[in-house]
Ligand binder design. Structure first.
Ligand SMILES: [Cu+2]
Length: 125
């Protein structure tokens, strides 16, 4: 009798746990496993760091959310040269991060705090 009761309790707890996981929001998956470059989302602004370079200059709308992908094994940052317009760490080996572009139109040079020779420019307009 006691054993059966305990078993029922365990089953109930398991059911609760499964239900909790299902309804609770997990962390949002940035772009899923096995990402192929350029398929983040149609029209979504993105910077892909590769070989210690930020790639082509990017122009975005004011306040746009920019996704940064780091294909290098080393970690990088996207840090605005002036003020604190934006500053994100991007883990290496395919790590991603997002930041919100400034709302004021203009040209925003940025760099990597780990590798000061890395430079890029974000244009907002
Ligand atoms: Cu870097």
């Amino acid at each position: 009798m006691r054993a059966i009761k305990a078993e029922a309790a365990v089953l109930l707890m398991a059911a609760l746990l499964v239900g909790g996981c299902g309804s609770g929001g997990g962390s949002p998956a940035p772009s899923g496993p096995g990402t192929t470059s350029g398929t983040v989302a149609a029209g979504a602004p993105a910077i892909t760091i590769k070989d210690f370079e930020y790639g082509a200059p990017l122009t975005v709308a004011p306040g746009a959310v920019v996704t940064v992908t780091n294909m290098d094994s080393a970690g990088h940052t996207v840090t605005a040269d002036q003020g604190q317009a934006f500053d994100v760490d991007v883990r290496g080996s395919g790590g991603t991060a997002t930041f919100t572009a400034p709302t004021a139109p203009g040209s925003y040079p940025y760099h990597c705090t780990f590798h000061p020779n890395m430079h890029g420019t974000l244009t907002v307009k």
